[in-house]
Design a protein around this ligand. Structure first.
Ligand SMILES: C[S@@+](CC[C@H](N)C(=O)[O-])C[C@H]1O[C@@H](n2cnc3c(N)ncnc32)[C@H](O)[C@@H]1O
Length: 329
């Protein structure tokens, strides 16, 4: 009934949503892509924003930032975000992709909420545990992530956000425009494919002797293999108890191999074309999927702590998307 009401209200409001989609695409082509500002950052951000709007996952900073970003500007905020909020409020609908932490096994619709829940749990635990809590919180490939602006109660960390200059500058402008306090965050420009992010961080005041938590969400798939392995190897130089949490796509999906050769791979690659970005990196998820990532992190000097995946491992299915938490022992 709630879903029906949600669909009905959405249909009534659809002219506004269509205007929003046109403006979104226009601004992507006219501003974001030419200025080399990340387009896919909007996908990850949009997923968390939807959960906040539906009332399933609290993210006030993400909501405040909407209307102050290159794509999520005031028009899109009004036409798409506020209309969706109205539809959720009036219908009370919170299901499917808005659910949080969402169903298990998760699927294409619910994988964003599964991902958010996995990362949230890892962050909360690392920043608030009584024994050896993280003292530094690094968000690698930060995009429009807002976790530094809504830290868990009791967290006592120095925050760093690392990204390429165009995206980082657009974010700082957005935070200022939205009036979100950000003096506690150090912004660090780098290109993971070109230079060592640790050098850039150290120059910005990062202390390699402190227990550190690295959030690396939605990034590995856009990098080359060397850049991914180098990042994991650098994390292995941090003090005992330091952790890195990351997600990755199935290597079979990236390489257009079974069982994704017919639809999964093509669909995913087509959606990347919209943003003019490319998927490059994956790790095998053939059963047992955990073994594939465990070998990679072990070879880089880390231990695997937690691991989850979308879909199931039961043939003919293999997981499409995985989440891993690794630590320095
Ligand atoms: C899909 S977005 C994810 C953003 C954010 N972590 C989140 O989950 O909302 C990928 C981010 O990685 C950044 N990125 C991609 N390739 C990069 C590179 N070579 N060096 C630095 N940052 C990069 C992009 O600018 C973008 O902000």
């Amino acid at each position: 009934m709630r879903l029906l009401l949600f669909i009905l209200i959405s249909i009534i409001l659809s002219p506004l949503v269509i205007i929003g989609l046109i403006v979104y695409t226009y601004r992507l082509r006219r501003f974001s892509i030419p200025q080399k500002i990340s387009g896919t950052a909007n996908e990850a951000y949009g997923g968390r924003l939807c959960m906040h709007i539906a009332g399933t996952r609290n993210d006030p900073a993400a909501y405040a930032l909407s209307g102050h970003l290159p794509l999520f500007n005031k028009v899109i905020d009004f036409c798409m975000i506020k209309t969706m909020k109205l539809a959720c409020r009036l219908s009370g609908y919170q299901g499917s992709m808005f659910s949080y932490p969402g169903p298990r096994p998760s699927n294409l619709t619910t994988m964003q909420s599964h991902r958010a829940a996995f990362f949230d749990d890892a962050i909360n635990s690392a920043l608030t545990r009584a024994d050896n809590p993280a003292r530094q919180f690094v968000v690698l490939g930060a995009g429009w992530d807002t976790r530094c602006y809504d830290l868990p109660v009791g967290a006592d960390v120095k925050c760093f956000e690392v990204d390429m200059a165009p995206t980082l500058n657009a974010k700082i402008a957005g935070l200022k425009s939205a009036g979100i306090p950000h003096d506690h965050v150090t912004f660090v420009e780098t290109d993971f494919n070109q230079q060592t992010w640790l050098d850039a961080l150290t120059e910005a005041g990062f202390d390699t002797s402190l227990t550190t938590f690295i959030l690396w969400e939605g990034v590995s798939m856009y990098l080359n293999e060397d850049a991914v392995l180098d990042t994991l190897k650098l994390a292995a130089h941090f003090p005992t108890g330091s952790q890195i949490v990351f997600d990755y796509f199935s290597g079979e999906l990236i390489n257009t191999e079974p069982p994704f050769e017919k639809n999964g791979s093509r669909m995913m690659k087509q959606s990347m074309k919209y943003y003019e970005e490319k998927l490059s990196f994956g790790i095998t998820t053939r059963k047992p999927a955990r073994d594939g990532v465990e070998k990679v992190v072990n070879d880089c000097g880390l231990q695997l702590d937690a691991f989850e995946h979308t879909h199931t491992e039961e043939p003919p299915e293999i997981p499409m998307y995985c989440f891993a938490l690794a630590y320095k022992s």
